[in-house]
Design a protein. Sequence first.
Length: 67
Amino acid sequence: MKAGISLVPESDMGANFAGLVYRDLRDGTGPSRFDFSADWLADNESPTLDAFLRLLSERYPSPRLRD
């Protein structure tokens, strides 16, 4: 792709191409993490979207809000 530097999710780390090197995103205190979000239409009845949202909620549960 000749992109130089790219941010990719951890799930992409299985890709293996000549010259491709993965590095953790780090700062002075250690590994960094950044959050992301997604939006969709409430009336979207796509089975693929439903399966994807279930996968996300299982792997990355939302933090509980305090009362």
